[in-house]
Design a protein around this ligand. Sequence first.
Ligand code: ASP
Ligand code: MG
Length: 594
Amino acid sequence: MGLIVQKFGGTSVATAEKIRAAAQRAVAAKRDGHQVVMVVSARGKKTDELLTLAAEVTADPPRREMDMLLSTGEQESVALMAMAIQELGEQAVSLTGGQIGIITDSQYSKARIREISVERMRKHLADGAIVVACGFQGVDDEGNITTLGRGGSDTTATALAAVLKADECQIYTDVEGVFTTDPRIVAEARKINTISHDEMLELASLGAGVMHSRSIEFAKKFDVPLRVRPSFSDALGTLIAPHGDDHAPVVTGLALARQEARVTFADLPNRPGVMSVIFSRLANRKIPVDMVVQNVGTDETAEVSFTVPEDDLAATLTAAREAIRELGAGSVQSGTNVSKLSAVGDGMRSHSGVAAQLFRSLSDAGVNIEMITTSDIKISVLVNRDDADTALRTVHTGFGLDQADARPPSIGFRQSAQKQAHGAEGSLESQVVGSLANMEKLVVNDVDLDETQSRISIHHIPDAPGVCADLFEAVAEGDVMVDMIVQNVSRQGSAEVSFTVLRSDIERCLLLVREVVSQWKGAELTFDREIDKLTVTGIGLRSHTGVGEMIFRALGDAGVNVQMINTSEVRLSVVVGAGQGKQAVASLHSAFGS
Ligand code: ASP
Ligand code: MG
């Protein structure tokens, strides 16, 4: 006998008939001998309707009242669900977040869970009842109702699975599982059988609409086996497991964040601490910053560009003006007609040429790349929004994601998700499980120093399709493994690209690069034979908005200038000058208390 958490999204409980079908699943699991906790979202478009209604009442709804309002959608669903279960002859009890004891901070509309008490749920389960929990909501210390952000029921489900040490957390939806990309845009998208927590974290936080990224954070931190399953059939869906399998394809999936905005700070003083002023202003407003590209300055001034969701642009520009005032220097520009496409795959760790292949697919389709950032398991490119769909389709075909998965389908949970010794002594997970005081805390596992890398930069390259494809193809053909890549278009309208390669490969790489660069008029090559690269590994490094700020502040205080930076959910890399690495590592360790 095990404990299963089953989560049903809005579309799976939209009508009385669907509620009955969901109730039947829970009852079936119960009659199979399991304890069952259901987590239910608001019915259908309920949350959207409530948002619209509020907008009709006031242009500026008070945030506390907004959460009070939105939380009612889930309350309606759980009551109906409990009734449906009882109608089928099993006991059920519906509970709000507050009744369970889901305690959050007081950030209305994006509250984070602090702790969850299990007593009440355990008692009802022991009495033989199915617990039907409201997704998406909690209460703060004062008892005010809070919500966890749109799509937050997934987070409730994995969080409950984590604290109850569930055997599996099943997320029922109206799709077959997790797809290689959005099938509404790319008809050839395929269902993925097995995906790793890391890959799923990246995809979800990069804009793949499948699951709330914070729910995967929980799953990873607490080793919860997660399965996304269709609610309309008995198909097994997609298993989200601690590790993908060994035969994982190089690229597992693609995500598109359509509504992005790009922000560039220019004319900044080129000294440590400047970035920290900017990023602390953004962190205060909880703005999720991504694709940070700092142009390797060739003169006294520095320039940094990054992307934010378009919805956060107004707040970003306010923060920007404050930062510029504080610095007494700098200017800011922004542009909105851009989208971010990301390719994710654990297999990228061990393959060279993945980036080159992606750039080539885009260039074949005539798509220009405005920005590039990479991490060990993902590549993100910023493209013109008008090109976004074309870009997604071409890259999807380019990586062969439309071909059937040759790997065996994932098996039933009891065999496949043999829980990895839940809470094994001494493991990171057990430590986190042990410290439930702050469940959604950022987890920083380690800060590593890599003293084997060099940096190559090419300035003033043409801002046109195919440029990066030519460059990185030449490098890949010479079998040089490229580590970090960042590219940005400068205000002067030309592009600049920087990347790192092993020190032992730099001579060979320079030969390859010089040949390509010689075709571009006015292009200028610079390099640094020795740089230090720091890598922070953890969970939630991008979606916890203050991380960039902490890093810039810690390094700024230590007088270390950041040359390149890459952000991802599970890893954040920073390039600094040779010889500065050790000090930088020490300052990051103390900043993160790791
Ligand atoms: N009802 C909430 C929303 O639509 C939470 C959820 O569905 O997960 O965002
Ligand atoms: Mg929903």
